[in-house]
Ligand binder design. Sequence first.
Ligand code: SF4
Length: 246
Amino acid sequence: MEGIVFSIEEFSVYDGPGIRSTVFLKGCPMACEWCHNPEGQSFDAMNFDGRTIGKKYSASELCSNLLKNADVFSFSGGGVTFSGGEPLAQSDFLIECLQALSGKVNRAVQTSGFASEKVFSSVLRHCDYVLYDLKLIDDDLHQKHVGVSNKTILKNYNTLANSGVDFITRVPLIPTVTDTVENLTRIAELMIQNNVRKVELLPYNKMAGGKYRLVGKNYSPSFDENVEPNPRIEIFEKHGIAVKIL
Ligand code: SF4
């Protein structure tokens, strides 16, 4: 089986435990208005800044390349992280890669959880660690700013939290959109209902708009990107949740 990848970053330290290689799978069915990887949204190869973005790999070719750093992974307690785009959107390829790496390295998936419950559970059976993004709990706001309903995302979060698989919850802090008192309170409450006690907050990346023009898109977020996002750490701490700001 072939998959399409738009970037591979080696020696990453922010995408799970230890030192990792992060594979960015191309394609995402969502449309977060703050997405800082517009070149990763389409499922097809494209021209970007004079380069072709999107390379097809077989699972075996990709995994044998990744395993060249196996010593570094093992020394640091790291491994391989599949990110995107949305990696669950290439779930058959993803599972084949996860199976090929089984027992060799720690396997992580960074996801927004937007996939059928069946697909999510299948992927979960093959990973050692999950980085799960929660953006907005209000479904109308989620549809407005992310382009899709969050219903399956919230169900899959519940499945993850009760699966026994090690994971971290991540929240992108988008000024006046996700960083509101109401949204962060509802995220903290959801976490506590699921007995989840740690969160990582990712402040808005002001460089997000930089690549849009180069891929022929407009970047026109509905929020004022010059407003600093407010992490409101106290909301999480009040609920007994440890916060790390990335
Ligand atoms: S889920 Fe990630 S890749 Fe997809 S649109 Fe949102 S930020 Fe971009």
